[in-house]
Design a protein around this ligand. Structure first.
Ligand code: ACO
Length: 376
């Protein structure tokens, strides 16, 4: 390799192209979708509107919104074949494995799978966004020996997911909190899973393939899988009084505290601000305040002793736990929102494509002499 190339392990700090979708100011803790501050979207918008914003680059008119909303509702139901397939999966498979596999199979019945035009991809995007929620809820019921619940046309994406999961229409507070969780997770610039989706689509492979790559990438504990690890850690600690020793011991062993640190944010992650509040309020609503209290102690300790801030995965763990959501669904829930951002990025990638193919610095051996197998 020529010496003028710069090696950037993990692509740290490398700008790989231009994007109009999402801006993160890691120093000031700002997150912007298509020019709109995340705090404004949390305060005034909803998931369906954010999906429109991410895909089309502007806020919808009432008609635009209604059309997209209706399309999402009408695409929620899974075919009989898809339900049978989900039923055939091992009940012990993790929901992320199931989601990755099920999403991949959606292309088998879509004859436009390889059409990479904007219109065809938006249709596929609606199919993927609507059905991701249904797949997650249906598999959770099936693995617990229950029948899946038909989606409700009367509920928005957030409330319908919780309804399909539990069979109960969630109250207004939980519906809104979950809707906010979906807004917060919808996009995040070139995070690992979005990058994976862009790499796949940059080969002009299809949207289903790109989203399958992204789901597989989100699964890792250094990325979306961290929220599951956070809750396991809180349960392992058990009580508020054990929290500090537990964290200090882990740090002394040079182990990571999941839910802390971020490649881009070097201050408070603006998503954590809302998730902290929801964790607190859900704790108060359910009487399960200890998870929030433990989280606060960890947050203070990590800031004082490591200078590290919680990321999106830290408070989402205790917020989801107090909503009664099974722990291994936390990462699939991340995917049920982030699928919208992945799709926005794939649309942008196709609109101005360059194959993504970096190079490596070769540090292996050279000039070896081949030895036949019977002489080794
Ligand atoms: N706990 C303890 N130490 C940490 C943590 C953590 N959570 N995160 C980073 N560090 C330390 C590393 O050990 C390293 O220390 P060293 O230089 O002494 O070896 C230093 O901080 C830099 O770490 P890197 O991994 O090089 O930083 P990077 O920017 O690559 O990491 C990452 C970002 C992967 C998110 C990291 O902070 C991490 O592993 N966090 C825990 C997992 C997590 O919460 N992931 C979710 C991120 S948000 C998302 O993807 C949705």
């Amino acid at each position: 390799m020529s010496t003028e190339n710069i090696v950037a392990e993990g692509l740290k700090g490398v700008v790989i192209g231009k994007s109009e979708i999402c801006f993160i100011d890691g120093k000031r803790g700002k997150l912007i979708y298509r020019g709109y501050d995340i705090h404004d979207l949390v305060n005034h918008s909803n998931f369906e509107e954010v999906v429109y914003l991410l895909w089309y680059g502007k806020l919808p008119t009432k008609k635009n919104f209604d059309d997209l909303y209706k399309s999402l509702v009408t695409n929620r139901a899974l075919s009989k074949e898809a339900i049978s397939l989900l039923k055939s999966f091992p009940k012990k498979a993790t929901p992320m494995e199931v989601l990755r596999t099920a999403i991949s199979t959606l292309s088998l019945t879509d004859h436009s799978a390889d059409d990479t035009s904007f219109e065809a991809n938006v249709k596929k995007g609606i199919n993927l966004t609507a059905k991701t929620a249904t797949i997650i809820a249906a598999f959770d019921r099936m693995r617990n020996g229950k029948e899946p619940i038909e989606p409700s046309p009367n509920l928005n994406h957030a409330a319908n997911f919780l309804y399909m999961l539990t069979g109960k229409v969630p109250d207004e507070m939980i519906s809104r909190f979950f809707d906010i969780c979906l807004i917060l997770h919808a996009d995040h610039e070139l995070n690992a899973s979005t990058f994976a989706a862009r790499v796949t689509s940059s080969t002009l492979s299809d949207l289903y393939s790109a989203i399958t790559s992204a789901v597989g990438t989100l699964k890792g504990p250094l990325h979306g899988g961290a929220n599951i690890e956070v809750m396991k850690m809180l349960i392992d600690m058990g009580t508020v009084d054990k929290t500090k020793d537990y964290v200090r011991t882990r740090l002394a062993e040079r182990k990571r505290i999941m839910g802390f640190g971020h490649r881009v944010y070097k201050t408070e992650d603006p998503r954590a601000t809302h998730l902290r509040r929801m964790s607190k309020e859900m704790g108060e609503k359910t009487g399960l305040t200890k998870w929030y209290e433990m989280s606060r102690v960890i947050e203070d300790l990590m800031l004082n002793e490591k200078g590290m801030y919680p990321n999106v995965d830290f408070y989402s763990a205790s917020a989801y736990y107090t909503m009664g959501i099974p722990i291994d669904l936390y990462t699939p829930i991340f995917a049920l929102s982030r699928v919208s951002g992945w799709i926005a990025h794939v649309l942008e990638q196709y609109s101005n494509n360059t194959l993504i193919r970096p190079i490596a610095e070769y540090v292996g051996p050279n000039d070896l002499t081949y030895v036949p197998i019977d002489k080794r």
